[in-house]
Write a protein that binds this ligand. Structure first.
Ligand code: PFF
Length: 450
């Protein structure tokens, strides 16, 4: 069904780099450490790993099967596979989630831009952990700066996105992702030599199961979905640009593996520093921005490293946001026959409006609460912990129960990554039973429905 005129990723490396580029981003380096910090460290990591590899990988495969088979945007994909059926509603969940995530994510990406700028000036000469901590607090709760950077960041997305898939997205990811890996490894080595290293590693790797509550499990599930860019059709959209020779299962495993690797590296960088500088692991969304500058201001060549790090973090963010935006851009262009330019402007325009509200929610809109959360926190919680798992569950049930088994087999076996149908059956079992039941149970207990 793949209609020949659609763009496709040019190379195998391009497929991996763009998919990993979507998965790896603030979710690993900013969100994972702060969520793990709030939810007690080791046990959170363990549950997150369960959701990534046991539930996540099969659902990634499900999105890949749908995307590559139909070669279509998320709405078109369900229309062609289940015409006239309610399954297509999952597209609206995906589109809503993608816009909400794009909005709050851009605020944090804006922080990385401001911190790149501040790094150049050595944070104005402030070197104490308390001073750097206060500096971030003051910045995030001011209004103008964060809003401007959010808008600048979204404008940069616009510029890349109008250029289209191959020229914009693929080229950038090929260069950026490898650079990010190298720099993370350098920082890991540095953190391991800090006085608080043992305590930090213990916090991250020694599970304390007394801290596990249904809320922790719900958050770990949300983190897994968020980090894999899963449940909102992002991977359906990206895999619609895969060629027939792209090995789906292998790509799913490589993505999950590298994604987890980066999150763990980020944890190994952050937590030793948290304990070395006497900071609070449960500081929330501000954690990374308060802790990282303290690390940089205590090493030789700090200005250089800090600038490079925040700049790379910005670049890692943009390879993720373009994948979120691509969901609705593909939808608007293909479903409403709008030009790529108009669809991009529409998507980015909505995100600019909502992103401004999110940026202000640390400052003058701080008083505005939705279900007791600021707008920023609500967008994050609602999209990651609710919309993505619901979307993942529907996609999983659809491929497990409804989609023709021949299509699944052809997409998986055709790539020759799975040589026998036994492995196809394992994936189908996960999609039919394991994923939906686990997600359902986590909702029942995590949301207190029961
Ligand atoms: N996976 C990205 C990250 O970890 O930063 C975030 C993300 C990208 C979520 C794309 C959703 C999405 F569609």
């Amino acid at each position: 069904m793949n209609n020949g005129q659609r763009t496709q990723f040019a190379t195998r490396l391009g497929v991996i780099a763009t998919t990993v580029g979507s998965a790896v981003g603030l979710g690993n380096i900013w969100r994972f450490p702060y969520e793990a910090g709030v939810h007690g460290g080791g046990a959170f990591l363990l549950i997150d790993l369960f959701f990534i590899f046991i539930i996540g990988v099969p659902v990634v495969c499900a999105e890949f099967i749908i995307g590559r088979h139909t070669g279509s945007n998320i709405r078109g994909a369900f229309r062609s596979l289940a015409p006239g059926k309610a399954w297509g509603w999952v597209s609206y969940i995906g589109i809503t989630a993608s816009i909400l995530i794009l909005s709050f994510y851009s605020v944090v990406a804006g922080w990385t831009l401001e911190y790149t700028r501040r790094s150049v000036s050595g944070f104005g000469g402030i070197t104490t952990p308390e001073g750097l901590h206060d500096q971030f607090d003051t910045y995030a709760s001011s209004d103008i700066g964060p809003v401007i950077w959010t808008l600048v960041f979204l404008a940069a997305n616009y510029i890349i996105l109008v250029r289209g898939v191959q020229k914009g997205i693929e080229k950038m990811s090929n260069i950026l992702m490898p650079m990010l890996f190298i720099i993370l490894i350098i920082f890991v080595a540095n953190s391991l030599m800090m006085p608080g290293a043992a305590e930090g590693l213990k916090f991250l790797f020694m599970p304390d199961f007394s801290k596990v509550t249904p809320t922790v499990v719900l958050s770990a599930m949300g983190q897994a979905f968020f980090s894999l860019s899963l449940g909102l059709g992002c991977l359906i959209t990206y895999s619609s640009y895969f060629t027939k020779s792209t090995p789906l299962v292998r790509t799913a495993f490589i993505t999950a593996g590298l994604d987890t690797f980066v999150a763990i590296l980020a944890g190994i960088i952050i937590f030793p520093a948290v304990f070395t500088f006497g900071q609070e692991p449960a500081a929330g969304p501000k954690l990374v921005f308060e802790v990282l500058p303290s690390i940089f201001m205590h090493i030789g060549g700090g200005v250089f490293w800090s600038t490079l790090f925040f700049f790379l973090l910005f670049l890692a963010s943009i390879t993720s946001t373009i994948s979120m935006a691509e969901i609705s851009i593909a939808y608007f262009t293909e479903e409403f026959r709008l030009s790529r330019r108009t669809s991009t402007a529409l998507t980015i325009g909505i995100a600019m409006f909502l992103g401004t509200l999110c940026a202000l929610s640390f400052g003058s809109l701080n008083w505005l609460k939705v279900f007791g959360m600021t707008i920023f926190n609500f967008f994050d919680y609602f999209s990651s912990n609710i919309l993505l798992p619901v979307g993942g569950m529907i996609i999983s049930l659809f491929v497990g129960w409804i989609l023709d088994r021949g299509i699944i087999r052809r997409e998986l076996l055709g790539s020759r990554q799975i040589r026998n149908t036994f492995n196809v059956s394992i994936i189908v079992f996960c999609l039919r039973w394991l994923a939906p039941v686990c997600i359902g149970l986590v909702f029942i207990f995590g949301l207190g429905i029961f």
